[in-house]
Structure formats: C-alpha cells, structure tokens
Design a protein around this ligand. Structure first.
Ligand SMILES: NC(=O)c1ccc[n+]([C@@H]2O[C@H](COP(=O)([O-])OP(=O)(O)OC[C@H]3O[C@@H](n4cnc5c(N)ncnc54)[C@H](OP(=O)(O)O)[C@@H]3O)[C@@H](O)[C@H]2O)c1
Length: 293
C-alpha cells in the first residue's frame, strides 16, 4: 500500500482503528475521519507509534450530519489530488429513537446516509486515484430483516434498536450493489462485508441492557478488532479482488447475502429515496457553491 491514500471513517476505535493501523503499517497514507478531536488525536498517535508511519491525518466530521460531510468533502478536495480507497466504516446502534441534525432517524443518518454522502463527496478524488476502491462495512445482521417498510423508513413507529440497526446494514448492501453497477464503466469497485462479531465499543450507545449486560457478557466469544479488520483490509488492498465489484464478503470470501439483500427493486427504491432525502442532483457530481460579495 506504499504510496496509496486511504480514507477510513470511524478510525479512532474498534475495526476502523485496526484497519487504519494495518494499512498504515503497509505504508499507506491514512486519512482518519472522526467526530471527536481528542479521541481522534489519541488514536492517530497510537497508529504512528505502532507503525512508525507519520503520514496519518485526522479529519473531523460528524458523519450523521449532511452539512458536516459536505464540509469535510470540500476540505478533502482542497487538500488532495486523489484518493485510492474509501472505507465507510463508522456506524452505531442507538437505544432510543433520536434525530440527526437534519431530522433523520439517527441510525439511518449515520449508518446509511453517512456512507452514501461520503462516497458522493469523495467520488471525484477516487476517480483520480489508482486503486479506485470503495469498501462498505455492513453486517450479517442484515439477514434478520424480513421486509423493507418504505412507509416507515425513519422508524417513526415501532422503534426497536437492533431491528433499525439491521435495516441500516441491509441498506449498506443495497448501496454497494447499486453504486457498483453505476461505477462499473469507470472501473471503480464497490464491495461490502461482514467483519465478524468483534469486541469493540460497538453498542455503547445502545440501551442499558444491551450496552451494560449483553455486550460485556458476549465479549469472551467475540474476535479481536485486528481479526475483525481482516476483510476490510483484504478488500482495500488485495490484488485478488481488483476486478470484483458489487459483492458481499465474509472472512475474506465472497458470500451470497440474504435473499432480501439481492432484491433489485428494493435496492433501487432505497437509492431513489436517499437521493431525494439528500437533495443530490447527480451522485458523484459535486457542484461547488461560491458566495459572491
Ligand atoms: N463489532 C461488531 O461485532 C460488528 C459486527 C458487524 C458490523 N459491524 C460494523 O463495523 C463498523 C465499525 O464498528 P465497531 O464495531 O468498530 O464499533 P466502534 O468501536 O464503536 O467504532 C465505531 C466508530 O464509528 C465512529 N462514529 C460513530 N458515530 C459517528 C459520527 N456521528 N461521526 C463520525 N464517527 C462516528 C465512532 O466514533 P466515536 O468513538 O467518537 O464514537 C467510532 O470511531 C460499524 O459500521 C458496525 O456497524 C460491527
């Protein structure tokens, strides 16, 4: 990965931090996208100490806010000519229904719209990169979703933390499949993955029962963040997947996701709804707004 530039969202903790560390150890320049300066700086220092790679940069962004992602995208385009790999990794589960700054249900905003908009604003930089890869961290949790209720995408009725989380991870697969198709001609690959059941900070914003009882109890059966990062690292760097796109991976193997995740009509409808919600005119085409005095 020497000479390659990789953007990792949620890189201050868990799978994202382990992914950034491993790619930094292989010589990549890393752009860590984090929401908290202190947590981001601490992780950046850890990565530099562990890898002796000093090309580790911190970008601040609240990935649940459309305005924050737009500002982050502008700042990246001002600083960089190109990027090689984008790893959409930041995600969470929330114990109660909360709204993002844009009025969206927070899981939907962070786990789905966050991936969608980050790719949108960075696509021009990826087009100019060598590797041209987008990696979306999804989850096998998508398999528990029985149907998509298009009348209740914001989960205004019947909020259940794990159900809402699993829906967002299903949308990661829909997004991967549609975007892969759209970017085939440009030879930009888009793949997604299940990282395993990993002992991280995941669940810390879930309900008291899940965060304080279930997650700590489950930790003994979980894999380490380093192990959980393996498929993200594989998709970001391996020559084996250079020409593979639109697929779902588990343990570094291409795997068939649940039948619902292969539903093209649903995938297209989620895409169209997200375009409407975000107000994008054309995905990947960023119109810079100038203020004239
Ligand atoms: N752990 C598992 O077993 C598992 C299984 C399947 C899929 N996944 C997926 O793996 C990904 C990484 O999760 P993890 O397990 O490594 O959990 P984690 O340790 O909690 O890491 C999540 C990362 O996302 C960041 N993040 C959360 N909200 C954000 C926001 N609004 N703006 C910017 N960054 C934000 C967190 O930052 P802060 O530190 O500031 O909160 C943290 O860096 C997620 O997409 C998750 O759905 C995890």
């Amino acid at each position: 990965m020497k000479g390659k530039t990789v953007v990792v969202t949620g890189a201050n903790s868990g799978i994202g931090k382990a992914t950034a560390t491993a790619l930094a150890a292989r010589g990549a320049t890393i752009y860590m996208v984090c929401r908290n300066r202190r947590r981001g700086e601490n992780a950046r220092r850890d990565i530099i100490t562990a890898t002796k790679n000093t090309n580790i940069h911190l970008m601040l962004c609240d990935l649940s806010s459309m305005g924050s992602i737009q500002a982050f995208g502008t700042s990246m385009r001002e600083q960089l000519e190109s990027i090689d790999v984008l790893i959409n990794n930041a995600g969470a589960v929330f114990g109660s229904r909360q709204l993002s700054l844009d009025g969206l249900e927070l899981t939907f905003a962070l786990n789905h719209v966050g991936y969608f908009l980050t790719a949108h604003y960075l696509l021009d930089l990826l087009r100019k990169g060598e590797s041209k890869r987008i990696v979306n961290v999804a989850s096998m949790g998508h398999k528990s979703v029985k149907k998509v209720d298009f009348e209740n995408l914001q989960n205004e009725r019947n909020y259940k933390q794990l159900k809402v989380y699993c829906e967002s991870k299903l949308y990661n697969i829909y997004f991967t499949r549609i975007l892969a198709e759209k970017l085939k001609k440009e030879k930009i690959t888009v793949n997604c993955l299940h990282p395993g059941v990993v002992s991280t900070n995941f669940g810390s914003s879930a309900s008291w029962y899940l965060s304080k009882i279930m997650m700590p109890l489950g930790r003994t059966f979980m894999i380490t963040p380093e192990k959980g990062a393996e498929t993200s690292i594989y998709l970001a760097s391996s020559e084996n997947v250079k020409n593979i796109t639109g697929k779902y991976f588990d343990k570094q193997r291409e795997t068939i996701p649940a039948r619902l995740a292969m539903d093209d009509k649903n995938a297209k409808r989620i895409w169209d709804e997200t375009i409407k919600i975000t107000g994008i005119k054309e995905f990947g085409k960023v119109v810079e707004e100038f203020t004239f005095i």
